[in-house]
Design a protein around this ligand. Structure first.
Ligand SMILES: Nc1nc2c(ncn2[C@@H]2O[C@H](COP(=O)(O)OP(=O)(O)OP(=O)(O)O)[C@@H](O)[C@H]2O)c(=O)[nH]1
Ligand SMILES: [Mg+2]
Length: 277
């Protein structure tokens, strides 16, 4: 008998307050660092997607910026992206009006929601978890609840399996072995922003414009040089970026180059120019 294989595909939106570990989780789910992470707030700027393939299942995970919870952008995102499952990432037992706002939206729609209690490696007194889970049950209707450490990759893979059970039967949207359909230029500019954030401790990382010159030739010959333009508003910003004896910019270049090489799986030469807008 000819057995027909069914395919399953769905879009999973990762929501949660800034710093709860959404991007760390996306990277671990996908097995590649495509979304930047940091200990600072408001790290993610764009919705970054990552695709997970397993047998006849395909999941498109969408990482979102934590700051959208302040606005009503979530509802639009849910409508526009045709989301099948929501992962609500909670930073341990932190719960205030940020989470209240998110669940107000979730409770008004009928999308399966999985609660992720993240950073359990930092919960030393595990007895707080039982009353907390009971509290969550009164707040929101969820399909599953998973306690994880995204950073240490504890129980992260369980999440795929819970999602498999609720994915709709659907043709796969992306080719197999696809990891993201974000442009390489965007991911590279995000890597550079990560290191600017790391070494510069003011508002600059949030206002700087990063332009990556297109570097992929259609002839499939890889260009070794990757040229970056950083646009700043003030001369003082340029000075801060360069640093004393060009120490800061050199650090940003070497760290970014390293990360980009890992991402592209090849050697590159990174060049950065700083321009006044
Ligand atoms: N100890 C611990 N730290 C974690 C865990 N998951 C993430 N972190 C840390 O939490 C910080 C924030 O992580 P991100 O993944 O950037 O958080 P985010 O939710 O994407 O934040 P935004 O992009 O600002 O919305 C980083 O320093 C991570 O290393 C975890 O399971 N345990
Ligand atoms: Mg993030």
């Amino acid at each position: 008998m000819n057995k027909k294989i069914s395919f399953y595909f769905g879009r999973v939106l990762i929501l949660g307050r800034t710093n709860s570990g959404k991007s760390t989780l996306l990277n671990k789910l996908i097995g590649k660092n495509i979304s930047i992470t940091s200990h600072k707030i408001n790290t993610t700027y764009f919705n970054i997607n990552g695709i997970y393939n397993y047998d006849n299942y395909q999941i498109e995970y969408i990482d979102s910026p934590g700051f959208i919870n302040k606005n009503n952008i979530i509802s639009n995102l849910l409508d526009n992206k045709k989301i099948d499952v929501i992962l609500l990432v909670l930073d341990r037992n932190k719960w205030n009006n940020i989470e209240e706002n998110i669940i107000k939206i979730i409770n008004n729609i009928s999308i399966s929601t999985i609660i992720i209690i993240n950073k359990i490696d930092k919960i030393y007194n595990k007895t707080i978890l039982l009353p907390y889970i009971n509290f969550l049950k009164t707040k929101i209707f969820f399909t599953n609840l998973v306690m994880i450490s995204a950073k240490k990759k504890l129980y992260v893979n369980d999440i795929h399996h819970f999602i498999f059970k609720i994915l709709p039967k659907k043709k796969h949207f992306f080719p197999k072995n696809y990891i993201t359909n974000q442009s390489k230029e965007l991911i590279i500019s995000e890597i550079i922003r990560k290191y600017i954030m790391k070494y510069i401790h003011n508002e600059l990382p949030y206002i700087i414009k990063i332009k990556v010159e297109p570097f992929i030739k259609t002839s499939k010959i890889f260009i070794k040089n990757i040229n970056i333009l950083l646009y700043v508003n003030k001369i003082i910003h340029k000075k801060i970026l360069i640093g004393k004896n060009a120490k800061i910019i050199k650090l940003i270049i070497s760290k970014s180059q390293n990360s980009i090489e890992k991402f592209l799986n090849r050697k590159i030469i990174l060049k950065i120019w700083i321009k006044l807008k």
